[in-house]
Design a binder for this molecule. Sequence first.
Ligand code: NDP
Length: 256
Amino acid sequence: MRLDPRFADFHPASDLLEGRVVLVTGAGDGIGRAIALLCAAHGATSVLLGRTVEKLERVYDEIRSAGGPEPAIYPMDLSGAMPPDYEALAARVESELDRLDGLVHNAALLGELGPIEHSSPEGWQELIQVNVNAPFLLTRALLPLVRRTATAHGHASIIFTSSGVGRRGRAYWGGYSVSKFAIEGLNQVLADELDGASGVRVNSLNPGPVRTRMRANAFPAEDPQTLITPEEAARGWLWLLDARDLHGAALEAQVP
Ligand code: NDP
């Protein structure tokens, strides 16, 4: 597998996202970290949402030492966050940044792989909480600001992060696979609702196999050097954040 040429050959100017605000969940590690860094390198103010403050602070420092716009750190454990927490987040983004051009739903748990009949109910619930309920609650709370940004500036983008097992079920991928099917459903329903003049683009992107902790946990025997890096994968998100004509699509970041 290799990065789709649309993304690999995308070399935008470093001010592509200047003045724009992009919130990334799971911004402390893996693909989310790479997306936040790449957005900042192209001028965006990144809102770094994640559960491990030290990781978010490291990303903050990396952005600042590379000369990027000052990011905002928003520590939040999506497994325990309640609707009022999402409302508080939305109020803070609105009062401090006054716009949201990109909402990147990236954070997810892999959970335990194994047969459905051996899946623990507690593990299942946590997976659905982080992988499905959190993107729903975050979208619900932030949509007014995203819509207002699109109206004022012509364009805004919501991106859901999918997976191959969210498009075709596979044995032993349990709650993770089911959660990614739900994400595809959320993508389709929201895209259909926002079709028309809102200017908000809604799409899902499957990164394919990427060299991260999650992938290593799922495939411990695999040589990570055979996989694309999070930095390469992040180019797909940058491309999609800028794409004005794509709406309701389910994209693949890699091609055979
Ligand atoms: P990682 O495990 O490397 O990173 C996941 C990120 O999500 C981390 O920053 C993690 O925070 C955060 N996170 C997990 N649980 C919570 C929580 N409860 N609250 C807040 N943040 C949380 O995964 P990847 O980078 O590999 O995956 C990114 C996305 O890409 C996911 O949606 C995944 O499903 C998808 N994907 C990845 C593939 C791959 O090959 N890597 C393939 C297909 C899809 P912390 O570091 O603090 O734990």
